[in-house]
Design a protein around this ligand. Structure first.
Ligand code: FES
Length: 135
């Protein structure tokens, strides 16, 4: 096995570890941000929830069911966004998500990798809009 293959293998193992032992998995009662999204191609789904404090993520959690990449990406994303501001998260792009999961899933599975980020971004946008309505 050459070095590139063994690094790929390591990252793949990391994905499987997050899939089998998801971090921050569960529900937040009275979450500030809560958004369920799904991949229409396969039906896999993710619900992202956040408790916010002073505009930043205090507690991120997720639940979902689906393929290893979608669930592992959600788990890895929750670790990444703790302490980040709503604005920073909404501005995150595909390449940042790929850096977080450290594999290139290819054109077909890219939707799997992006499901959690899209869900949390939509949730934050909705949360911010609601806040503006009441203020
Ligand atoms: Fe459904 Fe990956 S195959 S999200």
């Amino acid at each position: 096995m050459d070095e590139t293959n063994s690094i790929d293998e390591l990252y793949r193992e990391e994905i499987m570890d997050h899939y089998q032992n998801p971090r921050n998995f569960g529900k937040i009662r009275d979450a500030d941000v809560s958004y369920q999204d799904y991949n229409p191609v396969c039906g896999d789904e993710i619900t992202m929830q956040l408790r916010m404090e002073n505009g930043t993520v205090k507690e991120p959690m997720f639940t979902g069911k689906g393929c290893a990449i979608s669930q592992a990406a959600a788990s890895m994303l929750t670790e990444e966004i703790r302490g980040k501001s709503a604005r920073e998260i909404v501005a995150m792009k595909q390449d940042e998500m790929l850096k977080i999961i450290r594999i290139n899933p290819g054109p077909v599975r890219i939707k799997c990798a992006m499901l959690a980020l899209r869900a949390v971004q939509k949730g934050i946008v909705r949360y911010e809009a609601k806040k503006q309505m009441v203020s």
